[in-house]
Ligand binder design. Structure first.
Ligand code: HEC
Length: 167
């Protein structure tokens, strides 16, 4: 009887690390999330100084927003601070937001359609693991209104006459 109880306890103890490893924040998920953020180019716009320093920034600057801002016919847009953004959301809300996203330029929101829910979960886990840092980025400024610099000013050609039919 004692042996059976001991076997049970050992079984439970062994099962705990296995369960922890399967949770969204396992080392493998974080690595995959980091890979998606890096390869997905999120830093290009959401990390201040990233492009200027050839794709590098100290950890406390990563994804803190307002990296590369854009001005065009839509007004002026400032990439939000994603480290603060994920603090306010559950992983479910993050996935729902990204699936429904229709941002102004130059956010390439259409790229998320190529990612699975698991990919988006790993991305969330990685950004969350960086912890909160920085300040909220400036809000969107409407066309013709004063907007704080710096920003890239885009002079765009008219859109193509024939719309592409799919992807
Ligand atoms: C070319 C620049 C650029 C790149 C690359 C980029 N973003 Fe953005 N992102 C923006 C801008 C600008 C905004 C703000 C748009 C607006 O105000 O409508 C934004 C907004 C967002 C938002 C806020 C959505 C909301 O709720 O309004 C999220 C989340 C986001 N980006 C995530 C990402 C992730 C994750 C990546 C990498 C896969 C990424 N972005 C890559 C420029 C970029």
């Amino acid at each position: 009887m004692i042996k059976a109880i001991l076997a049970c306890v050992v079984g439970i103890l062994l099962a705990v690390p296995a369960y922890a490893a399967a949770s969204p924040a396992s080392g493998k998920s974080l690595k995959h999330g980091e890979f998606l953020v890096n390869y997905g180019g999120c830093h290009d716009c959401h990390t201040p100084g990233w492009s200027e320093h050839g794709g590098e920034a100290p950890k406390d600057m990563l994804l803190t927003g307002g990296g590369t801002n854009f001005q065009g016919p839509w007004g002026t847009t400032y990439p939000p601070n994603l480290r603060l953004y994920v603090q306010k959301l559950s992983v479910k809300e993050w996935i729902a937001n990204l699936r429904a996203l229709k941002s102004r330029p130059a956010m390439p929101f259409w790229t998320f359609r190529y990612l699975s829910d698991k990919d988006l979960t790993d991305m969330y886990a990685y950004i969350h693991s960086l912890g909160p840092a920085g300040k909220p980025a400036h809000e969107w400024v409407a066309p013709g209104q004063d907007a704080p610099a710096p920003y890239l000013k885009l002079v765009l050609p008219p859109p193509p006459a024939v719309q592409p039919t799919g992807h």
